[in-house]
Design a protein around this ligand. Structure first.
Ligand code: NCD
Length: 313
């Protein structure tokens, strides 16, 4: 595996990345993070990142921008479609073609599944999927895996609980496909109406990934987990608002929950968090969701350096 494998590559789905690819990216993230500012800012100097966000974002967009700045590059983009020609009815295809003219790498978030694949085929420059529909968020999964690796020292052999909206949460699907490259036990914990969509994980490699489903955060499950990955109930993706009202406060992780877990359990969340994790646990050593967001910037800087440079350091 060499660095050329990533030059000009689209990052559309986590399914396109092997374990070897992921390990290369994680090692490369360590390397870029350790570089001095002078060396680091050679990796993106004079280059432009173009972002187009058709859905709200805080961390994803800001971390990409901050990552590009740390490489000496700059960013332009659209994050409020009301202030761009999207509001006038301009198509995704035309918007992508224009951004392709003005930038060296495109970062796209869009509500439709398949939007990034479509856009990647249109753009000459590499396209990075920053969240499409309810199926894919590949860079989030990479940063989630990187966080686990940094905090736990390994991914193989862990028990990972994934809690919350498993039906609509795209981070969950990308994370599951990412974890399928490792030897892990997965406990899926959701209300009965928000269980995982089986048709969206039909080709997951079942041999390595042992999956168990639960409706409650039962004590006997909590005691097994090394990582608890909590997700937001995706209100905007519910066809019926009343269904959202029924499930919105189903789980809350608080200090009572932490009394039943392994002492070193890691609490993760892609964020934004609603009431699923109580603020009262933010200062515990278990809460690593802010670190996770910080790792996100590092990992995205490494990805940008890889896709932009034929001979990166
Ligand atoms: C997630 C998303 O957009 O899917 N946000 C993120 O990128 N961290 C999660 C969410 O919105 O709940």
């Amino acid at each position: 595996m060499s660095i050329e494998n990533f030059f000009n590559r689209d990052i559309v789905s986590i399914k396109d990345f092997s374990r070897q690819d992921l390990e290369f990216i994680f090692n490369y993230t360590d390397r870029v993070s350790a570089l001095g500012q002078n060396k680091k800012s050679e990796l993106g100097r004079g280059r432009t990142l173009g972002y187009i966000f058709y859905e709200p974002s805080t961390r994803t967009r800001m971390s990409f921008e901050a990552a590009m700045a740390s490489l000496g590059g700059s960013s332009i983009g659209i994050f409020d479609s009301k202030s761009s020609s999207v509001e006038k009815g301009e198509s995704l295809a035309d918007t992508i073609r224009i951004m392709d003219l003005y930038s060296d790498v495109i970062v796209l978030r869009h509500p439709l599944d398949g939007s990034s694949r479509f856009a990647a085929e249109l753009s000459e420059n590499p396209l990075i999927n920053a969240g499409s529909g309810s199926e894919e968020h590949p860079t989030q999964a990479m940063l989630d895996l990187y966080t686990i690796l940094k905090e736990k020292g390994r991914i193989d052999g862990l028990s990972v609980g994934i809690v919350g909206d498993l039906k609509y949460g795209r981070t969950v699907y990308s994370l599951l496909y990412g974890l399928a490259n490792y030897n892990v036990d997965i406990h899926l914990i959701s209300p009965p109406t928000l269980t995982i969509r089986k048709e969206s994980i039909y080709d997951i490699e079942k041999k390595k990934l042992k999956m168990y489903e639960h409706y409650e955060l039962e004590d006997r499950v909590l005691t097994k987990l090394d990582v608890i990955y909590v997700t937001r109930i995706q209100r905007e993706r519910f066809p019926d608002p009343q269904e959202y009202e029924k499930v919105k406060g189903t789980y809350t992780i608080d200090s009572n929950t932490l009394r039943k877990t392994k002492p070193d359990v890691s609490l993760m969340h892609p964020m934004p968090r609603m009431q699923e994790i109580s603020h009262s646990v933010d200062n515990t050593k278990n809460a690593i969701y802010f670190k996770q967001a910080a790792y996100g910037k590092e990992l995205r800087a490494a990805l940008l350096a890889l896709v932009l440079n034929e001979n990166a350091v």
